[in-house]
Design a protein around this ligand. Structure first.
Ligand code: SF4
Length: 474
């Protein structure tokens, strides 16, 4: 994207403030456009002949540095790529790394359907949302077209997730693709040997395609060939080597490709990247031995984490064990938050369990990670209580105390605005251990007794045994 402010965008809009886009002014629309919360197509006047030239220019200026590619359909569709910056703190990343977990066509039907269900239904609650995975990768292991097609069909019956179809044999690929061509799967992959056939398939079925080559000159050449032939929805695989110098070189290739696309503006290589951390299984044992499987899944997770950070837009993984899946998906959730906006929850007074007027009043900030951790620790330990969530501008306790966003005054404001005195009669609050230095001033400002809780909310049960109820409550 070559424009960096709503005012710059506004100059290209009709400027009539007609409201057809759902916004009151063109400037408001421009602000949402830059955040990708609206699309250019939402401004229909821009496509009238008198504005069309500006519209075309604007579309080019707004195009992300890395092409955005969509896989799957409807509400399950996932956009990958579409990034404008090398580092999230420069602005933000927009499309988180899509995690695709594999199945293969030599699995028996029962195992296959069970694994697809497991992948599709996996979820984990984390900081206010359920983390899920994104796609299923179907691998041809048999090398037989009919077997692959049957496998793809069964997978499609079990899940509406986007699919990645994996075979270097174009005939096998096409048979599988026929089963799901209306689901916009990503096909994997064209290389220097099969590219003509895969290009024909990608054009015929109008699906996104992966190009594979560890040789970057060859990769660029393939990308230019496909793009010149009208296939623009391209994903690049520069190879994922799981150990030693191979891994080092893989990492270097990912960085070089992304840098060429974003910093150097090389459009010929500015496409989403795919990593294949499951290559760890090729070198770490056969998986039949449990210690080998543990080692392989460990290394797979390490490699995945490396490329979630730099710069895989989608990846193919094998292990669906919690020790792999949870860190991978959690890391994605953390890297792909908008660094300009702290992840926060609404301030307020929450009831945990069935509190009475003698129950403890815990205090925390509205930084989402802190809030959900404290709330979860209190809930899981069945401590009937009130939890006062103070507006710290979405910043965690220690930083908010240091930065002044958490102070005696906003404790006082929270007590008053949430009418806490109508719920608890003891006028005693428990502040986080990390906010201990606010205790004296808070007592002076609020007139409440302040107890300093533990620094880690996981220690609240032990703290309660020693400190609750205090004399002010009993
Ligand atoms: S539809 Fe276009 S012209 Fe009308 S207010 Fe929105 S941005 Fe402006």
């Amino acid at each position: 994207m070559k424009l960096s402010s709503p005012m710059e965008i506004w100059k290209y809009l009709p400027g009539t403030n007609c409201g057809e886009c759902g916004e009151k002014t063109c400037l408001a629309f421009a602000s949402l456009l830059i955040e990708r919360k609206k699309r250019l197509e939402d401004c229909s006047p821009l496509f009238e002949p008198k504005y069309a030239e500006k519209g075309k220019e604007l579309a080019e200026l707004l195009a992300p540095a890395v092409r955005e590619v969509e896989i799957g359909i409807s509400e399950r569709a996932r956009k990958i790529g579409g990034e404008d910056v090398m580092h999230r703190h420069e602005r933000t990343f927009f499309n988180r790394t899509a995690l695709a977990y594999d199945v293969w066509d030599t699995m028996n039907e029962e195992e296959l359907r069970e694994r697809v269900k497991e992948i599709t239904n996996w979820k984990k609650f984390y900081v206010g949302e359920f983390l899920k995975v994104d796609a299923v990768a179907v691998r041809s292991v048999s090398g037989d077209a009919k077997t692959f097609a049957e496998c793809v069909k069964r997978v499609a019956e079990e899940t509406d997730f986007p699919l990645v179809l994996c075979s270097f044999d174009a005939k096998v690929m096409e048979e599988g693709l026929k089963e799901v061509s209306d689901r916009n799967p990503l096909i994997y992959a064209a290389d220097k040997n099969n590219w003509k056939e895969v290009l024909r398939i990608a054009k015929r079925y109008k699906v996104p395609v992966t190009l594979f080559s560890p040789d970057l000159d060859m990769l660029i050449s393939l990308a230019v060939t496909f793009s010149s032939a009208g296939v623009e929805d391209i994903v690049l695989d520069p190879g994922t080597y799981p150990t030693g110098e191979g891994l080092e070189e893989t990492f270097s290739r990912f960085v070089r490709i992304r840098r060429a696309g974003i910093v150097d503006g090389n459009k010929g290589i500015a496409y989403p990247l795919i990593a294949v951390p499951m290559s760890a299984w090729m070198v770490h044992g056969d998986g039949a031995k449990s210690e080998d499987a543990l080692e392989a899944s460990y290394w797979e997770a390490i490699i995945a984490d490396l490329f979630i950070i730099k710069y895989a837009d989608i990846m193919i993984l094998h292990s669906i064990e919690p020790h792999s899946l949870i860190p991978e998906r959690t890391l994605v959730a953390n890297i792909y938050t908008d660094p300009r906006r702290p992840v926060s929850v609404e301030p307020g007074l929450r009831e945990v369990g069935n509190p009475t007027e003698k129950s403890p009043l815990f205090v925390t900030t509205n930084f989402a990670l802190t809030y959900y951790t404290v709330e979860s620790d209190i809930t899981s330990n069945k401590i009937d209580s009130y939890l006062m969530v103070v507006d710290s501008e979405g910043i965690g306790v220690e930083s908010a105390v240091a930065g002044g966003q958490l102070n005696a005054e906003n404790f006082k404001d929270a007590l008053e605005s949430f009418n806490v005195a109508s719920k608890v009669k003891h006028k005693t609050m428990v502040i986080p251990g990390l906010a201990a230095r606010l205790s004296g001033e808070t007592e002076d400002v609020t007139g409440w007794t302040v107890l300093v809780g533990p620094r880690d909310s996981g220690r609240i049960p032990g703290w309660m045994e020693k400190n609750w109820p205090p004399e002010t409550v009993s």
